[in-house]
Design a protein around this ligand. Structure first.
Ligand code: CA
Length: 368
């Protein structure tokens, strides 16, 4: 069995930026689905897959996915190793694991060694709060509560070129949410890299008083020394990792004293990359709680990964739901009673309605 065709395409869901998907076909008519990080439409990742990766994939055995990933990485490493390049690797890797599961007739969590759980609690990842008043933040949180999230994370998503822009306002927002949900409800706070070291320590101490579970990306993601100072000064768990793309990047965060690492399956080489990061985190006794704000294929891939992850005591991230998630799937991926459930269907277990995909697929045309 060989890889016969590689499709790189957008899925236009009728809203904002499209999803960036890869579909890899074998010569006996099976396919696997993958997704890259859709930042800026995932355009650069789709270009890398279509132009640089596809020629190396055609003719390969899809079961050789780990060999394929190393070959793709080192053949084209000068395009990366971070950012869109890692997103392209991830899309291919997810598609090859999906395909492998279909060939072997097993869900991916079985290929990973088995599931500790197939019903997975989620946390509500609520973005855009820097632009809301405390009352407005609470109104948005209220819309999530009927879905029974296991934790609520308040993300600021403030201007990335500003720093310490509204610390008083930020504290007012998280205090309002604490009052709304009560003292015992699990909360987390995501600064999206918005603070100086001193600002972060001030906010972090307030978060400790409010009993928050973690403090995410307090400082500029490029400044490892700043992470070290903040993590060293605070008792609250400091989290980061969504802007790291390599095993070495995650190691730098662990070396800086970050307590929770958050690599993302659509940015870090898919299952193959994330497994290595999980082993690294395990070796250091650091929690790995994957970032996952890009719904559709990546969301379900992340569920499979977390299903098979030992020592996983935090819920899975679920980002602001949109029409993006289920536009072409036969069975919507949606939580019931606060849980996402994985089936025993092979691969990712996602079934596409081909007519719907045909309507929404925008094939990527490489210029090369
Ligand atoms: Ca984040």
């Amino acid at each position: 069995m060989k890889i016969a065709r590689v499709e790189s395409f957008h899925v236009d869901w009728g809203g904002g930026s499209p999803s960036a998907w890869v579909r890899i076909w074998t010569d006996d008519g099976r396919y696997g689905l993958g997704e890259s990080s859709p930042m800026a439409g995932g355009n650069a990742s789709l270009e890398i897959v279509a132009h640089q990766f596809a020629p190396l994939l055609i003719g390969a055995d899809p079961l050789d996915h780990a060999v394929i990933q190393e070959r793709l990485f080192y053949t084209h490493v000068k395009t990366g190793p971070d950012g869109a390049f890692a997103g392209a690797l991830a899309a291919v890797d997810l598609a090859l694991w999906d395909l492998t599961g279909k060939i072997l007739g097993q869900p991916i969590y079985k290929l990973l060694g088995g599931a500790w759980r197939t019903d997975l609690p989620f946390y509500a990842s609520i973005g855009g709060n820097a632009r809301r008043s405390p009352e407005e933040v609470c109104r948005v949180v209220e819309t999530w509560l009927p879905l029974n999230p296991a934790l609520i994370k308040i993300r600021l998503d403030a201007d990335r070129t500003a720093r310490d822009a509204d610390i008083e306002g930020d504290l007012a927002r998280i205090r309002a949410v604490r009052r709304l949900v009560g003292d015992s409800f699990p909360l987390a706070f995501d600064a999206n890299n918005g603070y100086s070291v001193q600002g972060a320590i001030r906010v972090g101490r307030a978060l400790e008083e409010l009993g928050c579970a973690w403090f995410e990306e307090p400082v500029n993601h490029l400044h490892m020394d700043s992470f070290e100072k903040v993590a060293g000064a605070l008792d609250i768990a400091v989290a980061a990792g969504e802007q790291e793309y390599t095993l070495q990047g995650i190691r730098r965060l662990i070396d800086a004293g970050v307590d929770i690492v958050q690599p993302d399956i659509v940015k870090t080489g898919g299952f193959t990359g994330l497994r290595e990061m999980a082993a690294l985190a395990k070796a250091h006794g650091v929690d790995l709680v994957p970032h996952q704000t890009q719904p559709t294929v990546g969301h379900t891939a992340n569920l499979h990964f977390v299903a098979a992850l030992a020592f996983s005591h935090y819920p899975c991230e679920w980002n602001d739901p949109s029409g993006r998630q289920n536009v072409v799937f036969a069975r919507p991926v949606f939580p019931a009673d606060g849980l996402f459930s994985l089936s025993t269907a092979p691969g990712l277990g996602l079934e596409i309605v081909e007519e719907r995909l045909t309507e929404r697929m925008r094939l990527w045309k490489t210029g090369g």
